[in-house]
Design a protein around this ligand. Structure first.
Ligand code: NAD
Length: 363
């Protein structure tokens, strides 16, 4: 058996990516023409109606579906599937954040209708074959190539309206994909390389957005980083960070991007000492001496989300969150995770305590 790091089994997902600021309408029209679609359904939340109209300006639209809800409740998925089937839809154009892409994926999962995704946040769902559905208080996820959008159209101009706070949280969600990809179950040198470049691009783009939200350069870097982060995540799989955030979102309905932004420094502080190569790579990508220092100095610049208590998580939720998340955390995590250290992590993240202090005291 080889112990070389250059021995791996890597899958690259097949997808066309059209990147260009101010070119969404042109690129969507090209993608729809290329696919030969006749009955297009646009999925876009009511808040993103104007952005969607612009992106779909060059195509004929058979139906617009706007009933988008975070974390894709099963009922919303069933309604969208029925709407698509009733109208003989042969292509979905989704315009919006991860919630909108997620609804399009739910339709694709059962109907096989292809998706052209036009993302307007840095969540990255458009570049993965992962779907998610919420039933009762549990979020189910799965992997199915039918949900991978066939084409992604990135236009940084569509993200100019994303408020700075949400841009920061969403961009840190992208950085979380990158960091977790370094030690997720299928981590390999290819997705580590993409993750490192994703961190570099997001760490450059986000401060530019925070300083000047209408500057396209920062927005472009963030979208490019978001794409790389999602490609790395799709290949490497979910690590400790994603398993925790998945429970916080699905069981406690915490907002996705802010939850990722808040939890990331605790997972990085916990794992970094046990994963020196990954930590060195993350540090280099931040241009910092150490991984946590790099993340924390970026978070400070961005005034990033700090405490889960600010997003509706309470002390009374910790025991259930730890119990649900613990069995889902991969056994391959660089540092063993126990009920006690997971509880300590959630307790520190609830209050926004120092990640370093938490990690040093965790057993
Ligand atoms: P979101 O899609 O819920 O959007 C957050 C808010 O931003 C919404 O109010 C939305 O209307 C608004 N918004 C979006 N784009 C905007 C713009 N350009 N200007 C102004 N406002 C805008 O949040 P998200 O963080 O993008 O996505 C979260 C969801 O995506 C979660 O359900 C998560 O599980 C899923 N997700 C899935 C994957 C995957 O691989 N399957 C990856 C990442 C995220």
């Amino acid at each position: 058996m080889s112990h070389s790091p250059l021995a791996f089994d890597h899958v690259t997902l097949g997808q066309r990516v059209l990147f260009g600021s101010g070119r969404a309408a042109e690129h969507v029209a090209a993608a729809v023409g290329h696919l030969g679609a006749k009955r297009v359904m646009v999925i876009a939340a009511a808040q993103e109606a104007e952005i969607a109209q612009g992106a779909a300006a060059g195509i004929e639209v058979a139906y617009v579906h706007s009933d988008v809800v975070m974390h894709v409740p099963a009922k919303a998925a069933d309604d969208a599937r029925a709407a698509a089937e009733e109208r003989g839809i042969d292509l979905i154009v989704s315009v919006g954040g991860g919630s909108t892409t997620g609804l399009a994926k739910a339709v694709a999962l059962t109907t096989g209708i292809p998706i052209v995704a036009v993302p307007t946040t840095y969540a990255g769902s458009e570049a993965t074959n992962v779907w998610g559905l919420t039933e009762g208080a549990r979020k189910r996820t799965g992997v199915d190539d039918r949900v991978l959008p066939v084409t992604v159209v990135y236009d940084a101009k569509l993200t100019l309206s994303l408020p700075v706070g949400l841009s920061v949280a969403s961009g840190l969600n992208g950085i979380a994909h990158c960091v977790d990809s370094m030690w997720a179950p299928r981590a390999d040198p290819i997705n580590s390389a993409m993750a490192a470049e994703g961190i570099r691009a997001l760490a450059a783009g986000l401060p530019a957005i925070a300083t000047e939200p209408s500057d396209l350069t920062g927005r472009e870097l963030a979208l490019y980083g978001a794409y790389l982060s999602a490609v790395a995540f799709a290949s490497a799989g979910s690590g400790m960070h994603h398993k925790i955030c998945h429970v916080l979102g699905g069981t406690f309905n915490l907002p996705h991007a802010q939850t990722h932004a808040t939890v990331l420094p605790y997972v990085l502080a916990f794992n970094a000492p046990a994963a020196p190569e990954a930590a060195a790579r993350i540090a280099a990508a931040f241009g910092a001496a150490d991984a946590l220092g790099g993340l924390q100095s970026l978070r400070e610049k961005l005034d990033a989300p700090k405490a889960l208590a600010d997003y509706g998580f309470t002390e009374g939720d910790i025991a259930e969150a730890a119990a649900v998340a613990l069995p889902a955390i991969p056994a391959s995590n660089p540092r063993p995770v126990t009920a006690a250290n997971l509880t300590a992590l959630l307790t520190a993240a609830l209050a926004g305590e120092s990640p370093q202090t938490f990690a040093e005291n965790a057993d």
